[in-house]
Design a protein around this ligand. Structure first.
Ligand code: GLC
Ligand code: CA
Length: 592
């Protein structure tokens, strides 16, 4: 049963109301879910729907901004840079929310994705008071705060696991997934309970000497999987969710949510002929996506829904568009990887978008994302070595236009607004734990490469830190940085700002339907968005040559007006009939 909505403590502010209704920070007793519904009903409804048209900015806290000079990003550092994200004016990015990668106390075997205390803040990021200050400062700027919830597994140093491994009969005995060894193999080793693998290499089972049993881990041995079948575990995790909602957060990103449940009788996965790497040599039908997930997700969602204006976005682990669609609900988005996999080509993106549109249909709402803390940065994906920096930036602008004008909530990854590239760091000495375990049977892309310090300005530390950064600053930080691009009207950053503010001011871009259109040249990705009687047309020339295309008119007696183009003046011949787009031109036309 969903709990009754409860008033939040007064630190809870209502960012949408502050920002969009312009009500200011008048009276703290008026904030919170109840206050959100007061005032102009339409405006309040639009505010509650922010998750649809919104732009969410992912901050990887370790690498965003270091407030105390120890070389590691922290909450104070983020607060100092909130104006970059949204100061209420088009001179800032104008994002609606921050998704904060984990800031909980963690021994950092997987850099925060191994949580040792679900309701605290790691000392390297600050204190709970800093967190409250961060939420308040974000809300003052109309920025919501979305936390990363890692509920599939904890750290092996979490007191729950320490208690669980210490006794087979204590109160925490059944909080993790434990199993006996079925006996010895012919070589004398202990046989494992089944054939499940760890996604981070090796078997999914590690022997514990104290309990004399195996425990299961989908990821590192230092990340034991919680037993979601135990009602006490589930209740404790719901308490975690409630605690943060009460503290004022506006939603959650759910780490690998479709792995929460495993087969109750721990059956082995059937084998299959795979590609490179042992993970792919079995069909993962028993170690994830179990039917019990639906009920647990419903409970979690009902809890979140009791706080109006909140949202979640689930990270689908290793799943298809169909699985993503099956889990989408209003206010509860699911990442699929449609825009992450295509190589740089208009037909590849067109096919990916068409495939998703077909599965999602007109009702389900997609989450659009090009980069995150696990994947190569898209500015690098789309600009391999042979492509010049200028051309790479041109491609980054096309990608930005696509991300921010496609139907769906847009997710940005810190640094992409300046087309930050992957760091080139040697695999030896990698921080990323799976990269340290990589080998012939287990291939891994070192994620340090996409987690480099944000380049704020030139000079030592690139404005990220006054100390020694935990990862090296970008080699091009002196020329590619926020300060420099802020001052350049044609920069990638200026284009992101224009796009996001256009999206904010143009309901059809935020909410409209979407139809891919054929304009007669396969290098141009084109689509029309429609909402009521307004429409928008997006033309993206992926080619480095001019292309001439046929532009459909919006309707009888109506014409397109250029709202935004990467080229100052747009196509030479305006927007009627046959149009020539410049090389790598991104153009948004509005009806009327
Ligand atoms: C998710 C996170 C990734 C992490 C893994 C284990 O895939 O995005 O960074 O390593 O879960 O928690
Ligand atoms: Ca620091």
């Amino acid at each position: 049963m969903p709990p009754e909505p409860q008033p939040r403590r007064s630190a809870r502010t209502s960012p949408g109301a502050l920002h969009e209704l312009g009500t200011g920070l008048a009276d703290s007793s008026q904030r919170g879910p109840v206050a959100r519904q007061g005032g102009d009903a339409d405006a309040a409804a639009a505010d509650l729907d922010w998750w649809r048209r919104g732009v969410v900015y992912q901050v990887y806290p370790r690498s965003f901004a270091d407030g105390n000079g120890d070389g590691i990003g922290d909450l104070r550092g983020i607060i100092e840079h909130l104006d970059h994200l949204n100061d209420g004016s088009p001179a800032s990015l104008g994002v609606d929310a921050i998704w904060l990668s984990p800031i909980y106390p963690s021994p950092d075997f997987d850099f925060g994705y191994d949580v040792a205390d679900y309701v605290g803040v790691d000392a390297s990021y600050g204190t709970l008071a800093d967190f409250d200050a961060f939420v308040e400062a974000s809300h003052e700027r109309g920025i919501r705060v979305i936390l990363d919830l890692v509920l599939n597994h904890s750290s092996h140093l979490h007191p729950w696991f320490e208690a669980s491994r210490s006794s087979r009969s204590g109160p925490y005995a059944d909080w993790y997934i434990w199993a006996d060894s079925p006996g010895r193999s012919i070589t004398g080793g202990r046989r494992r309970p089944n054939n499940w693998r760890s996604f981070f290499g090796g078997p999914a089972w590690t022997w514990d000497k104290t309990r004399e049993q195996f425990y299961m881990h989908t990821f590192l041995p230092e990340q034991p999987d919680l037993n979601w079948r135990n009602p006490d575990v589930r209740a404790a995790l719901m308490d975690v969710v409630r605690t943060w909602l009460e503290r004022g957060v506006d939603g959650f990103r759910l780490d690998v949510f479709n792995v929460f449940f495993k087969d109750a009788s721990l059956r082995s996965n059937p084998r299959r002929v795979g590609r490179l790497g042992a993970w792919s040599w079995q069909r993962h039908i028993h170690d994830r996506d179990q039917p019990e997930l639906a009920d647990a997700l419903a409970e979690l969602r009902a809890l979140v829904d009791a706080y109006p204006g909140t949202m979640t976005v689930g990270e689908l682990f290793d799943g298809s568009i169909r699985e993503a669609a099956a889990n989408v609900a209003p206010r509860h988005l699911i990442f699929d990887w449609s825009l992450i996999w295509p190589r740089w080509s208009a037909p590849a993106f067109r096919a990916a978008i068409a495939a998703r549109d077909m599965v999602f249909g007109p009702d389900l709402w997609p989450a659009n994302v090009l980069s995150n803390h696990d994947q190569p940065r898209h500015a690098s994906r789309f600009a391999p070595v042979a492509v010049s920096a200028a051309e790479g930036d041109g491609r980054a602008k096309i990608a930005a236009a696509m991300l921010l004008t496609l139907r769906g909530t847009a997710f940005l990854y810190y640094g992409e607004e300046i087309a930050q590239r992957n760091l080139v760091v040697p695999n030896a000495g990698a921080f990323d734990p799976p990269a340290r375990r990589a080998g012939v049977l287990f291939r891994w892309w070192n994620r340090d490469q996409c987690r480099g310090p944000m380049s704020w300005r030139g000079g030592p530390g690139a404005g990220f830190t006054t100390g020694r950064p935990w990862l090296p600053v970008a080699p091009d930080a002196a020329s590619r940085n926020v300060a420099r691009q802020s001052a350049e009207p044609d920069s990638v950053l200026s284009f992101y700002r224009q796009l996001i503010w256009l999206r904010r001011d143009t309901p059809v871009l935020g909410e409209g339907s979407q139809e891919l259109i054929d304009v007669g040249d396969t290098d141009v990705l084109a689509y029309v968005r429609r909402l009521g009687d307004s429409s928008a047309m997006v033309l993206l020339n992926f080619a480095s040559r001019p292309v001439t295309i046929d532009v459909p008119q919006p309707g009888p007696g109506r014409s397109w007006r250029i709202a935004l183009s990467t080229q100052q003046h747009g196509p030479a011949n305006g927007l009627g009939g046959r149009v020539t787009l410049n090389p790598l031109e991104a153009l948004v036309g509005l009806d009327g």
